[in-house]
Write a protein that binds this ligand. Structure first.
Ligand code: ARG
Length: 458
C-alpha cells in the first residue's frame, strides 16, 4: 500500500515502482531514520501535538523495530518504496492507529534530509579517525627514518638530498588538510532540517530546538526551502574525499615506483602484496595500484552529485534521491582504501641503504657545491656556472662530486679547498637545511612530534 493511497486509484506499475524505489540503497539508514522518528515523536508529545501516551507508544514501537532489525528478527522489505516508508508501515502494523500519528507535522522531505545528515555525520567522524591513524603511522615512520638520506625529486629527476622522514611528513601535512576539510563538511551537515516539512514548515506548534538537541545537532536550518533541498554537505564531503583520494593516489604511485627493482627503496609486506599467475619472481603492489585506481570512482561520485544538484529548482525534487548512491560509494571506497592502505604503510620494509646509494648518484649536492663558493664570496650565477662545469667533467670521467680530486676542482676554480668535501657531504647538505619546513633530521623529528600532539586535539 502506498503512502498516497487516498489520491490514487491504481497501484504504481511494477517496473516503474522499482525505478522509483530507493530501498535497495537507503535501507542502510534504518538506524538514523528510527533515531529521527523517535526525536520527532518525543517532540510531538512534549508540544502537546499528540498525547503523551501515544508519543511513548510510538517511541517504544520504534525501539522495538530497531532491535528487531539489528537482531535479524525483522527483515527490511525490498519491495517497500524506501526505508522511511518501510519503518512507518511496520510501526503502524505493530501499533495500529497510533502508528499513523507519527508523520504529523513531518514530510519525507525533511525526514530524508535529517537521516542523511545523521548518517554522514557518523561516517565523516569514522573517515577522520582513519586519517588520524594514518597520520600517526606516518609520524612514527618519519621519526624512525629521520636520518635516512634519499634523493628528493623534481620532474622525477634527482634534485636535492632529503630524508625519508621528510618525504613521509609531506603526506602527513596533506592528510591534516584533509581532516580540516572533513571538519568543514561536518560543520555544514550539523544543522537540523527536521521541521522544514515538505518545504514550508508546518502550522503545528512544533519545537525544533527539542528535536535538534535530542539528535545532537549544533544548529537548525534557518530556511525551510533550503533545509529540505540543501545537499551542499554531500558535495563538500565528496569533494573532501576526492582530495583524500588524490593524496592517496600520489602516495600509491610513489610506493609502486619505490617497490620496483629500479628504485628498491621499500619492500611491501607479503600480506599486502600479490604474486603473478605466470611469473614466479613477481611481487606486485596491487593494493597501492587499486587505491590509485579507485580514485576514479570517488571523483565520479563527486561529478554525479554536482550534476544531480545543478539546476534543480527549489525545493525538494526527486532528482535528489540520486544523492545517496554517489555519496555512499564515495564514503565506502575511501574507508576501504584506508583500511588496506594504512597497515600496508605500517608494515612496509624501508631500505635506507638503497636510498642512500641513489642519493649518492645524480649530483644532488650540486646546489650545495655552488652555495659553498657563494659562501666564499662568489656571486651565485658564477658559482652555478663553475659547478655546472664540474658536473659535466664528472659525467665525462664517470665519477661523482664527492670522489673528484681537489686538483680537478681547482683547475676549474681556484677558490675550492679541502672544505668542499664537507660542504657537499649528503648528511651535511640535509642537516644544513634546518629552516622551518626543511628536511634536516631534527626538524623531521620535531615536526612528527608536533603533528602527533596536534591530531590528539582533532
Ligand atoms: N526516497 C526519497 C529520497 O531519498 C525520500 C523523499 C521522498 N519525497 C518525495 N516527495 N517523494 O529522496
Amino acid at each position: 500500500m502506498k503512502l498516497w493511497a487516498g489520491r490514487f486509484s491504481k497501484e504504481v506499475d511494477k517496473k516503474t515502482n522499482d525505478f522509483n524505489s530507493s530501498i535497495s540503497f537507503d535501507s542502510r539508514m534504518y538506524k538514523e531514520d528510527i533515531e529521527g522518528s523517535i526525536a520527532h515523536a518525543t517532540m510531538l508529545g512534549k508540544c502537546g501535538i499528540i498525547f503523551g501516551d501515544e508519543s511513548e507508544a510510538i517511541v517504544k514501537g520504534l525501539e522495538g523495530i530497531l532491535s528487531d532489525i539489528e537482531s535479524g528478527k525483522l527483515e527490511i522489505d525490498p519491495n517497500a518504496e524506501d526505508i522511511h516508508t518501510f519503518i512507518e508501515g511496520e510501526l503502524t502494523e505493530r501499533l495500529g492507529q497510533t502508528g499513523k500519528r507519527l508523520h504529523t507535522a513531518r514530510s519525507r522531505n525533511d525526514q530524508v534530509a535529517v537521516d542523511i545528515r545523521l548518517y554522514l555525520k557518523k561516517e565523516t567522524v569514522a573517515v577522520k579517525g582513519q586519517l588520524k591513524e594514518l597520520v600517526s603511522v606516518l609520524c612514527n615512520k618519519a621519526e624512525q627514518y629521520s636520518t635516512a638520506v634519499m634523493p628528493g625529486y623534481t620532474h622525477l629527476q634527482r634534485a636535492q638530498p632529503i630524508t625519508f622522514g621528510h618525504h613521509l611528513m609531506a603526506y602527513a601535512e596533506m592528510l591534516l588538510r584533509d581532516i580540516d576539510r572533513l571538519d568543514c563538511a561536518y560543520k555544514h551537515m550539523d544543522e537540523m532540517p527536521l521541521g522544514c516539512g515538505a518545504l514550508a514548515t508546518t502550522t503545528y506548534p512544533i519545537d525544533r530546538t527539542v528535536t535538534a538537541s535530542l539528535l545532537g545537532f549544533s544548529g537548525i536550518c534557518q530556511n525551510s526551502l533550503d533545509g529540505v533541498s540543501d545537499r551542499d554537505f554531500c558535495m563538500e564531503l565528496a569533494s573532501a574525499l576526492s582530495i583524500v583520494m588524490v593524496h592517496l593516489s600520489r602516495f600509491s604511485e610513489e610506493i609502486i615506483m619505490w617497490c620496483s627493482w629500479e628504485f628498491k627503496f621499500v619492500e611491501l609486506d607479503d600480506a599486502f602484496s600479490t604474486g603473478s599467475s605466470i611469473m614466479p619472481q613477481k611481487k606486485n603492489p596491487d593494493i597501492a595500484e587499486l587505491v590509485r585506481g579507485k580514485s576514479g570512482r570517488v571523483f565520479g561520485d563527486l561529478m554525479t552529485l554536482l550534476t544531480v544538484m545543478k539546476g534543480i529548482a527549489l525545493a525538494y525534487n526527486k532528482d535528489m534521491q540520486e544523492d545517496k548512491e554517489a555519496i555512499f560509494d564515495a564514503i565506502d571506497t575511501v574507508k576501504m582504501c584506508l583500511t588496506a592502505f594504512t597497515p600496508m604503510i605500517e608494515t612496509m620494509k624501508v631500505l635506507p641503504d638503497n636510498m642512500r646509494k641513489a642519493a649518492a648518484k645524480g649530483f644532488i649536492n650540486a646546489t650545495d657545491c655552488a652555495d659553498y663558493l657563494v659562501k666564499k664570496g662568489m656571486p651565485f650565477r658564477d658559482a652555478y656556472k663553475a659547478t655546472g662545469t664540474l658536473v659535466a667533467l664528472c659525467i665525462e670521467k664517470e665519477t661523482t662530486l664527492e670522489e673528484l680530486p681537489l686538483e680537478e676542482y681547482k683547475k676549474i676554480c681556484e677558490t675550492f679547498d679541502e672544505g668542499v668535501y664537507d660542504a657537499i657531504s649528503l648528511e651535511n647538505c640535509v642537516n644544513g637545511r634546518n629552516v622551518i619546513g626543511g628536511p634536516a633530521s631534527e626538524n623531521v623529528r620535531a615536526q612528527a612530534k608536533r603533528v602527533r600532539e596536534y591530531i590528539q586535539t582533532k
